[in-house]
Structure formats: structure tokens, C-alpha cells
Design a binder for this molecule. Structure first.
Ligand SMILES: [Zn+2]
Ligand SMILES: [Zn+2]
Length: 162
């Protein structure tokens, strides 16, 4: 179903924070690393359709929120779905949903959940139009923490309440 470009898995230097990003699956836990694990910014390049690749504007894509991708396996132990990162191109506004890598900074993911930028309501609206439901901190914090930190989320929450 997916066709990959040969050079997709190349290491890259993040255009936002300047960090070197390794594409090794061993490090990221994902096959296609498309965003920086330190600042979670990505670039607007369509990885799956070579036809769109030329059209993509290659600008930075900022992380704007988190969403859940429903699992196709209805017997999956976690029926909430997989936690996904929503990126928005800073130039053309295109939205994309991406898998979270094993080494993505969980503190930054939590900060994105809290995201309260001034254009938040506009972004929420754009996502709604595209059928993307952004998670809200007040109702999904525990869910996000348990996906990011596993069972230690309970302890984490307790510690946060002290
Ligand atoms: Zn970065
Ligand atoms: Zn773009």
C-alpha cells in the first residue's frame, strides 16, 4: 500500500532546533522518522505519494496537538487507539498525522497537549474540518500520560498532586 522513496530514511539536521536526527529504526522505533525527537518539528514533505512530493512546500511543520488513531484490531488491549502527533505546516497550513517515535521527548508531547497558542481555536477548527479530533489536556491528560509513561503514569500523577 505504501511506496517509499529510497532516501526517506536518511539522517537529517532539524531545521527548527538544529539537532542531528538519526533515522535508525533501532533508535526511533518507527520505520519512517519524519520529525525531530527533540522539538517535534517536521518538514512538509509527503512521504507516501511521490506525485505530491514535488508539490509539498518543504516548509517547517509545527506540532500543534495530539490525537488518537483508532486501532483496526478490535481485540487490541488498548482500545483507545494509538497516540499520534498532529503537525501543521507553518507556510501552507496543511495538517498531517504522524506516529510518535520511541525517543520523542515526552515532556514536549505533554507541553503540546497543553498548547494554548493564540490561534488554538483556529487550529481546532481546521482539525475538526479534516476529521481530526485534538485531545484536550483537561480530559485526556491521564490517557496521554499512561501512553507515554506506561504504568508509571499512576505514580507520576500522584507525584504531581503532592
Ligand atoms: Zn528539532
Ligand atoms: Zn506546506
Amino acid at each position: 500500500m505504501q511506496t517509499y522513496h529510497k532516501n526517506i530514511n536518511a539522517d537529517f539536521i532539524c531545521k527548527h532546533c538544529g539537532c542531528f536526527v538519526s533515522s535508525l529504526t533501532l533508535v526511533s522505533g518507527v520505520v519512517n522518522r519524519n520529525h525531530c525527537p527533540y522539538c517535534l518539528h517536521s518538514r512538509h514533505v509527503d512521504l507516501y505519494d511521490p506525485g505530491d512530493r514535488l508539490g509539498a512546500c518543504k516548509a517547517l511543520m509545527a506540532p500543534v496537538g495530539l490525537t488518537l488513531k483508532r486501532s483496526r484490531d478490535k481485540y487490541a488491549p488498548d482500545n483507545h487507539g494509538e497516540l499520534m502527533l498532529v503537525h501543521r505546516c507553518i507556510t501552507c497550513g496543511e495538517l498531517s498525522i504522524n506516529r510518535i517515535a520511541a525517543d520523542d521527548d515526552p515532556e514536549i508531547l505533554l507541553a503540546i497537549l497543553k498548547n494554548s497558542t493564540k490561534d488554538r481555536s483556529a487550529i481546532l477548527n481546521e482539525c475538526r474540518i479534516k476529521g481530526i479530533r485534538l485531545l484536550e489536556e483537561k480530559s485526556h491528560r491521564y490517557l496521554v500520560q499512561s501512553q507515554l509513561f506506561g504504568r508509571s503514569a499512576d505514580l507520576w500523577v500522584e507525584a504531581a498532586m503532592l
